[in-house]
Every structure is written in structure tokens, then in C-alpha cells.
Design a protein around this ligand. Sequence first.
Ligand code: SAM
Length: 283
Amino acid sequence: MIEVELADRQTVQYIVRRFHLRLKHKLGQNFLIRPDVVRAIAEAAELEAGTPVMEIGPGIGTLTQALARTGANVTAFEIDRSLEEVLAHTMEPYPNVHIIYEDVLKADLPGILGDKTWHAAANLPYYITTPILLYLIQSELPIALFVFMMQKEVADRIMAEPGSKAYGALSIAVQYYCTVEKILDIPPTAFIPRPAVTSTVLRMRRRETPAVVVKEEKLFFRLVKMGFGQRRKVFTNAMKTGGIPSELGEAILARAGVDGKRRGETFSMEEYARLADAWHDLK
Ligand code: SAM
């Protein structure tokens, strides 16, 4: 069987015509047409023959093909059943690809992934990037490495450092669980149809232990939420609005050695961790 390059402008256009596809903007259907980009994503995913890798949103199989060519065992979740006929054709040469037609957020991932260690790769649907990412990263699922394409603006927020405009709860949520590396930026011309924005591929590697050790994770994330929920407030006031009585708030700040006149958006993860432990101790 002749293997065609799927991540190619003419191939994608042909498939769209041949299968009478109507690309669904609301499902984030922008297909890659750059073979070098799908190869770079597959390479960044560190796959070897037999590595279990999950993909979110195979679409017509552009990235799936690059993943499959490494010999990895690909399990892909696609919400759009109308792509089933296309994928049956495009994935025919790859017995190592298994497609599950389900919303990845509703699938029984613990049951499907089992206890093997997985890698994950995706050109994520933009309308749901953050919920998918946070769900996979914050869960106890056995995924060690994530190589995800997303809007550059979201990638910038994930990588941001304290005090910068892009720094926020998302930066902390991801950096707490993972180390983050930028792999490459991709222009809108790499897709059909063209999105309005530049995209970025990030590699996120799950840490053995979170970036900071806290006595009670729940308190750490509640403080982060207070700090970024009201970015313009100094932290003393943000704590008050967040339901911590003034006196307790002052005691927490003093015990943690953090100045409550600063805004939460300037705090490092270590400072949030000290505050969380102080709160735990004083509760
Ligand atoms: N991987 C292909 C590529 O790179 O050319 C397509 C990527 S496209 C940006 C996103 C894909 O995710 C679409 O095929 C869309 O139907 C699918 N999708 C959207 N929401 C989904 C969900 N909740 N679960 C699984 N797949 C989803």
C-alpha cells in the first residue's frame, strides 16, 4: 500500500473534498499541513516502538500518522464521529493506531490507560485547551510527558514567571506538576483552515514530586486562586475577600514572612507554599 503524506496541503484538500467534510470551527478543527511540524511533535514526544501514546483529536490523522510512524502504540480520542470513515482510510496502513470516538473529557481514561506509563501528544482543539490540559495534568493518570500544540498566548501564560503580565493561576497549576519547555512556534499558514493566531508546541514533563512541597495542597491552590482572582488587590485584601478573617490573614503572612502589601501576582510558587503551610499550621 502506498503511504501518502497526510500533513500536506493538497492531501488535506483532497480528503476534505473526497469525504465531503465540513470542518467544524466549534470543535477547533484546524488541520496541520506541514510534514516537518508533525514530525517535530512526534520527535518531541520521545516515542519508541511500543511506547503507549495517547492523542487528543486526530482529525483526519495528520499528526496520528507521524506518531504511528515511530512504531509507538497510538490511542487517539476523537469526539467527531463523522471523521470515522476518513480515519478508517487514512489509518489503514497503521495497525498500531486505535481510535476511540469519544469526548476525551468523558472517556474512562483510568480504565483505558491502565497502569502503563503513557506519553500524550496533540494539536489541541483551541476552544477547550485549558480544561483538557488541567484535567490531564492534575489527575492521577499515568502520563509522564505531554507534547501539546496550543495558542501561543496560552503557552506564554503556562511558561510565565512571577510578576509578568502573563503569570497567573495557569502558570502555577502547570509548573507545580510539570517542567515546561517550548519546542516551536507555528504560523497560521501551517493549517487548513488558517487560525487567526500563532500556535506554540510545549513539552511538559511530569515532575517526580511537585515543584514545591506543601502540607495541604488544597490550601495552596485556594491561596493561588485568591491571589489571581483579584489581581489588582494587595494580598491582605485578597485574603479577606477570599474569606480569611483579617487577624488570621495577618498571622499567616507574618508566619510565612510574606509582605501582604504586595499583590498575589508577584508571589513565587515558594511564597504561596509558605503561605499555605502557615495557614495549615494556624488553622
Ligand atoms: N490532529 C489533527 C491535526 O493536527 O491536523 C487535528 C487537530 S484539530 C486542532 C482538533 C481535533 O480535536 C479535531 O479533530 C476535533 O474534532 C477534536 N476534538 C475537539 N474536541 C474534542 C474532545 N473534547 N475530545 C476529543 N477530540 C476533540
